[in-house]
Design a protein around this ligand. Structure first.
Ligand SMILES: [Zn+2]
Length: 156
């Protein structure tokens, strides 16, 4: 089945319209910063999306408060999914950018119940480049974290 890709303008995207109740959705939960609703696509029954109420394109644009609120909502939804759909497994998927397979450019996180042999797959091409390369990657990342901590993400 082809993927749905939302190409509407920021602030007028499909999730902003769901937040404003301009288009129907099967809502589950909301609080000040987040909204949880059923994914139209339902990869497995009980597949839920948790989105920020404010339009933020991706992970880099949400505030610390929104990030914490999203994870608090996700934990509640996950516990409800486990109970409601007797799901022995659960997967969180959060995509950023076209290359990251993001299709609606408003921050959201998939909460997906998983069952044995449910046909869901994830390609995971391990490379194992060795400890020297790992240490080099770690050094570069740590350096950038120090800069990011000074600048803040997002700027707020
Ligand atoms: Zn939006």
């Amino acid at each position: 089945m082809p993927k749905f890709v939302d190409t509407s303008a920021p602030g007028d995207c499909i999730f902003c319209r769901i937040v404003r109740a301009e288009i129907p959705s099967a809502l589950i939960y909301e609080d000040e910063l987040t909204l949880a609703f059923m994914d139209l696509g339902q990869v497995n029954p009980g597949h839920v999306l948790v989105a920020t109420k404010r339009h933020a394109t991706n992970l880099y644009e949400i505030t610390k408060e929104e990030g914490a609120a999203v994870m608090n909502t996700v934990q509640k939804i996950a516990a409800s999914i486990e109970r409601t759909f007797n799901a022995p497994g659960l997967m969180l998927v959060q995509a950023n950018g076209k290359e990251g397979e993001q299709t609606v450019f408003h921050f959201h996180l998939h909460v997906l119940p998983r069952h044995a042999n449910d046909g869901v797959g994830l390609l995971w091409p391990r490379k194992e480049p060795g400890m020297e390369a790992l240490k080099s990657y770690a050094k570069m990342l740590t350096k950038n974290i120090q800069e990011i901590e000074l600048q803040g993400i997002p700027a707020s």
